[in-house]
Design a protein around this ligand. Structure first.
Ligand code: PGA
Length: 247
């Protein structure tokens, strides 16, 4: 059975004072042996967040594909691990668009994350135009194949399906669309990685909230969520965690 994962991505939001939300979150949820809860705060908060995590896992929102060197402003995977974090999101559509990252960059970042002992959350997702012109599965198949390194295992890799048009918009695919994509991704992962592909976690992300989480989590191949806006406040994120635990 796959462990469930509720992952929060704070993006470029949050100052030191926001770390009180971590305490509020650990107070609001009951630990569950089969569910991981993760918060990915901005990089300057990683050390402090890891110190006060209290059962909540901490992750970064990106990492460099090189392990060290002359890359001003970048973060290496080993620095992230050294700060006490255990995950790194790679390939978020905001990085693919805003920083022109492509599948091969993301594959390198995932490999770097693995070499530092981090679990990479590899994000893929189609644009609204790709969805409306019937290209969704083709686009996702290409992104999955290109972004996922050969050393991916069920332990060191999580895949997050995040339709770009659903991120921060309040728009969510229909449940049939979510099921179709997650079943397709599972098939591709099993074909490439065998048992690891069956056991690799698949998250849905894009406008997940307390009000729609339970329905989304009903899908067999949805093992959790990657949540942006609704992860910033413990009072919004805790009910999503609880819905996942109950699914
Ligand atoms: P959202 O963001 O929950 O605010 O839509 C999701 C994400 O970008 O990971």
């Amino acid at each position: 059975m796959r462990r469930k994962l509720a992952a929060g991505n704070w993006k470029m939001n949050g100052l030191a004072a926001s770390l009180s939300e971590l305490t509020a979150l650990s107070d609001a949820i009951s630990p569950d042996a089969n569910t991981d809860v993760l918060i990915c705060p901005p990089a300057p908060l990683l050390f402090r967040a890891s110190d006060m995590a209290n059962g909540i896992q901490i992750g970064a929102q990106d990492c460099h594909s090189n392990l060290e060197g002359a890359h001003t402003g970048d973060l290496s995977a080993s620095m992230i691990a050294d700060a006490g974090a255990s995950f790194a999101i790679v390939g978020h559509s905001e990085r693919r668009e805003g920083h022109h990252e492509d599948d091969s960059d993301i594959r390198g970042k995932a490999r770097a994350a693995h070499s530092a002992g981090l679990t990479a959350i590899i994000c893929i997702g189609e644009s609204e135009e790709e969805r409306t012109t019937g290209k969704t599965l083709d686009v996702l198949g290409t992104q999955l194949a290109g972004s996922c390194p050969d050393d991916a295992t069920a332990t060191n890799t999580v895949i997050a399906y995040e339709p770009i048009w659903a991120i921060g918009t309040g728009k969510v695919p229909t449940q049939e669309q979510i099921v179709e994509v997650h079943d397709f991704l599972r098939e591709k992962l099993v074909a490439r990685f065998g048992d690891d592909g069956s056991n690799m976690r698949l998250l849905y992300g894009g406008s997940v909230k307390a009000s729609n989480a339970a329905t989304i989590f009903e899908a067999d191949n949805v093992d959790g969520a990657l949540v942006g806006g609704a992860s910033l406040k413990a009072s919004d994120f805790a009910p999503i965690v609880t819905a996942l635990q109950a699914s």
